[in-house]
Design a protein around this ligand. Structure first.
Ligand SMILES: O=C(O)CCC(=O)C(=O)O
Length: 275
C-alpha cells in the first residue's frame, strides 16, 4: 500500500501538516455519519462530554477508521512502520452551538515524548470555512513549544481552552476537505478552528495520536493498540479492539482509559474542564 509521495513528505516537514488526503468516498463518509447518528440516537451519552474521547474502544466503526490501511500507510511515511494508536477524539460542531478551538499545539499538554508522532483527522462531513474547518499556521512547528494561556472558555472545545496568543491569522491556512478526506498534522504545529456558521453539523474524527513505539508518556499512563509493526519498547499497556457496538467490557475499558487521560490532560492545571 503506497503512502505519502516524496513531495507530500517534504511539504509536511516544511509546513507541519498535509491535506487533503483521500481515504473514503463521500458515500462511505455519509454511511459512517449515519452510523454515528444511529449510535447517538440509541445511546445518547455514547459520544458526549468526556465520552467524545476514545470512541474507537466501543465502536467497531471508529476502530476500523483508526486502523484503516490507507491511513496507516500515510502515517508510516512520517513516523515509521511501528505504529500505535494511543487515543481518539470526536470533534462535533453543532450548527446552533458556538463551539470553537483556540490556537494551540497538540504536544503542549499531552506528554508524548519524543515527538515521533502525528495527529490524523478524518472529515465525516464536508469541512469548509463556513462550518469551522481547521486552520494551520504553516511552519509554526519549527519554533517548538510555545506559551499557552489556559482560558477554560465555555465554548472552547479544548480541555483547558489553551491558547497560543498573537497568531498571525492572515498567515494561517484553512484545511478545506470533502467528507471522507483526511489530514495529518505535526505535534508542534499551531492550529485551531472557528464557529460552525452553517445549518448542518461539522464532524471530524481525530486520531490523537498515531505514535511510534519509541514514544513514551511522561505525564501518566496511556493505553495503546498496535496498528502496524511490532512494539519492542513495551512502554504502554496494549488493549484489544472492539468486535461489537458498546459491549460492557469495552465501555468499562474506555472509562478506565479516559480516567487515565484526564490525569494527563489536567496535569498541573488550575481547574478541570468538561472533557
Ligand atoms: O476539530 C477541530 O476543529 C480541531 C481538532 C484539533 O485541534 C486536533 O485534532 O488536533
Amino acid at each position: 500500500m503506497s503512502g505519502l509521495t516524496e513531495a507530500q513528505i517534504a511539504f509536511y516537514h516544511e509546513n507541519g501538516y498535509i491535506a487533503p488526503l483521500d481515504v473514503f468516498t463521500p458515500s462511505q463518509a455519509a454511511d459512517m455519519r449515519a452510523e454515528l447518528e444511529a449510535l447517538e440516537a440509541s445511546h445518547p451519552d455514547a459520544v458526549t462530554g468526556r465520552n467524545r474521547n476514545n470512541v474507537h474502544y466501543v465502536t467497531p466503526l471508529f476502530d476500523r477508521i483508526a486502523h484503516h490501511p490507507t491511513i496507516l500507510s500515510y502515517v508510516e511515511s512520517l513516523i515509521g512502520a511501528n505504529i500505535l494508536v494511543c487515543g481518539t477524539t470526536l470533534f462535533v460542531k453543532e450548527p446552533e452551538e458556538k463551539g470553537f478551538i483556540s490556537w494551540h499545539q497538540d504536544a503542549k499538554y499531552i506528554g508524548l515524548e519524543p515527538y515521533n508522532w502525528v495527529t490524523g483527522w478524518v472529515a465525516l462531513t464536508d469541512v469548509t470555512i463556513e462550518n469551522g474547518c481547521m486552520y494551520m499556521w504553516p511552519g509554526s512547528h519549527h519554533a517548538g513549544e510555545l506559551d499557552h494561556l489556559d482560558t477554560f472558555g465555555e465554548d472552547n472545545l479544548l480541555t483547558r481552552g489553551q491558547t497560543v496568543q498573537n497568531v498571525p491569522e492572515d498567515e494561517t491556512v484553512p484545511l478545506i476537505m470533502r467528507a471522507g478526506q483526511f489530514s495529518l498534522h505535526h505535534p508542534w504545529v499551531v492550529h485551531g478552528s472557528g464557529h460552525n456558521l452553517s445549518n448542518d453539523r461539522r464532524i471530524g474524527f481525530a486520531i490523537q495520536s498515531y505514535i511510534g513505539t519509541d514514544v513514551d508518556e511522561v505525564l501518566g499512563d496511556i493505553y495503546v493498540q498496535q496498528a502496524r509493526g511490532t512494539d519492542d519498547y513495551g512502554y504502554h499497556k496494549h488493549t484489544p479492539r472492539p468486535t461489537q457496538l458498546m459491549q460492557d467490557q469495552d465501555i468499562t475499558f474506555r472509562d478506565r482509559a479516559n480516567d487515565a487521560l484526564k490525569e494527563i490532560f489536567y496535569s498541573g492545571a488550575k481547574q478541570v474542564g468538561k472533557y
